[in-house]
Design a protein. Structure first.
Length: 338
């Protein structure tokens, strides 16, 4: 009988009797276990302080240490290198070229394949403004942050091009089951302007035609003050917008000044500071699950889903604003995980 065939309870009883100073022969006779097995289990217990079966090293790797280091160097130097390119370079060095072998070697170094994140291209000027903004507003009270009306524009496409989606399927059925319909040019898209605060979502407007400064001024004129009123932000609410040229155009600034709107001075290229970006993601995922078939239906789905986004989700996103500022300060104005 081999030691690995014994139950954990029996191994523990062997060790327990050994601790009681019983001899190997006596333990073997009492438990009806070969004396060599008793000796093997006790040796293992003395060495590892356990009788459990530990994971083994597995089959020796055919990849040499030099080949493994070469792979890690190649991946570190060029993080976007593909597995096929790594296979070719491994063959050129006379090393194994199986994908599983190469992947396992890279994983052992703590490197894993992931979807690349998008981030804004920041200059030193942008980073300095980002850092200054974070330091200036980090100590703002939560009451003040709750009076901010966040706004932004986004584009939502038809036929499932908004978000990545994973599916379960059998091998060889990629084009036969669980597919996402697409059409040439994506089937069209719509541009939306929306706003929200810690109290919840408010107006969502479809932008028809080309977005101009005049169009933006009309959107503000028809929706901004009423949204602030519906959210009960008061007349002294703070309006957030990014530095898009339409937002900073003369006619837009004049409208904001005439209507005495307090505008938050926003640093350029700072989408990670704006919590509405996460709401856009929630909206696109919700709309994607409804599979609208045309642009009118897409607009209707967007407005319906926007209206029912959870208020506590909005409150949590606004509450995370201080963490966003802290992350920006820690990154010295560079992009953050948000």
């Amino acid at each position: 009988m081999k030691s690995k065939e014994l139950s954990v309870d029996l191994r523990d009883r062997i060790v327990s009797r050994h601790k009681s100073e019983e001899g190997y022969r006596k333990i073997s006779a009492a438990l009806k276990v070969p004396m060599s097995t008793v000796a093997s289990i006790i040796r293992k217990w003395k060495k590892l302080e356990t009788t459990r079966t530990l994971p083994r090293a597995g089959w020796p790797s055919k990849l040499s240490d030099q080949g493994r280091r070469a792979l890690v160097r190649e991946v570190t130097k060029n993080p976007m290198v593909t597995l096929s390119e790594l296979q070719r370079s491994s063959v050129e060095r006379g090393e194994p070229s199986r994908r599983t072998t190469i992947s396992a070697a890279i994983h052992q170094s703590g490197l894993y394949g992931r979807v690349a994140r998008w981030k804004p291209l920041l200059s030193k000027r942008h980073m300095a403004a980002h850092l200054e903004f974070g330091k200036r507003h980090l100590k703002d009270s939560q009451t003040m942050r709750n009076k901010i009306l966040w706004s932004d524009e986004t584009k939502i496409g038809l036929f499932g091009v908004n978000v990545r989606r994973d599916v379960w399927r059998k091998p060889g059925t990629a084009h036969h089951a669980n597919t996402i319909p697409t059409v040439k040019h994506g089937g069209g898209s719509i541009m939306l302007w929306g706003c929200f605060s810690a109290a919840g979502t408010e107006r969502l407007v479809r932008i028809k035609g080309k977005m101009t400064a005049a169009t933006y001024r009309d959107i503000l004129d028809e929706n901004l003050l009423q949204s602030a009123l519906d959210l009960r932000l008061g007349r002294r609410f703070i309006f957030q917008q990014d530095n898009d040229p339409k937002h900073t155009a003369k006619i837009s600034k004049e409208w904001l000044q005439v209507n005495s709107v307090n505008v938050l001075k926003w640093p350029s290229q700072s989408p990670d500071l704006n919590p509405i970006e996460h709401l856009w993601s929630d909206l696109k995922m919700a709309v994607h699950r409804r599979f609208p078939s045309n642009l009118m239906e897409l607009e209707r789905c967007c407005k319906e889903e926007w209206a029912i986004l959870a208020k506590d989700r909005c409150a949590k996103l606004v509450a995370s604003y201080s963490e966003r500022l802290e992350a920006g300060i820690a990154a010295k104005g560079a992009s953050t995980k948000y």
